[in-house]
Design a protein around this ligand. Structure first.
Ligand SMILES: [Zn+2]
Length: 244
């Protein structure tokens, strides 16, 4: 009944409140969803060999904690992806997490480590923040990945013990210190994690500090390989020294 009603009312709703592109606010064509074709085309897939990835790989994968970094698109201030992530995190548009999670899952299926992956783990929010927001956006990204890779999601293995301050204005070194020891792995999860390859998921990696700290907690608890996956990665400009 509910479905029938919403199906009947959808054209009326679309007439009164036409769906708009999340980024440019132009009216969407009927085949478009969330972003118009132009804004969709503005999303740039990450080049695994470029400057941003070289810097991040040197900074994190070299430590041996992380086996691979796998972000999907570049995240730039005022870019279309910023609007998508904002809607996912602050406007209850959790479906976006699943949609982009499916795309991320398809891309991850080409990652050799993922062939052995046993679990998908969302980077947790602090319990208080999750209560305020009502959900953890990364869990929805995991749901999309899980659908493509047919892997289970472990939502309660890791918790965030510090309500870390906002990282927006911190340098990479200060971010590392800010999130140091921020994560706690449930002791009961040791048996599940021992020797396992896992996919750790966040919405956006900036300096990678949060992912790295969470990965370290998982490695300490016995995980053998960790792939850090995200929808976005902050693009570093070549020629400008990376934040350290
Ligand atoms: Zn647009």
């Amino acid at each position: 009944m509910h479905t029938l009603l919403s199906r009947t009312l959808q054209p009326v709703k679309d007439f009164l409140f036409p769906p708009l592109c999340l980024a440019c606010r132009e009216r969407l064509a009927s085949a478009e969803e969330y972003l118009c074709a132009r804004c969709s085309r503005s999303l740039v897939h990450v080049d695994a060999a470029d400057y941003t990835m070289t810097v991040l790989n040197e900074r994190f994968a070299a430590s041996g904690i992380v086996s691979a970094l796998h972000p999907l698109y570049y995240f730039e201030e005022e870019g279309a992806l910023q609007s998508v992530i904002h809607a996912l995190k602050y406007e209850d548009m959790t479906r976006l997490g699943e949609v982009y999670g499916e795309e991320l899952g398809a891309s991850l299926s080409a990652e050799p480590v993922c062939a052995d992956a046993r679990l998908i783990i969302p980077v947790p929010l602090h319990a208080q923040k999750e209560r305020e927001r009502g959900y953890n956006q990364s869990s929805y990204i995991c749901a999309g990945i899980a659908r493509v890779l047919t892997l289970p999601i472990a939502r309660n293995i890791v918790s965030r013990r510090k309500n870390t301050r906002s990282q927006t204005k911190l340098s990479a070194a200060a971010r590392l210190e800010n999130v140091k020891d921020a994560f706690n792995v449930d002791a009961r999860a040791a048996a599940v994690l021992r020797g396992a390859a896992v996919i750790l998921v966040d919405d956006v990696m900036t300096t990678g500090a949060t992912m790295h700290s969470c990965a370290l907690a998982l490695r300490t608890a016995g995980a053998a390989q960790i792939v850090c996956a995200s929808i976005g990665v902050a693009k570093l400009a070549p020629g400008r020294l990376p934040p350290v």
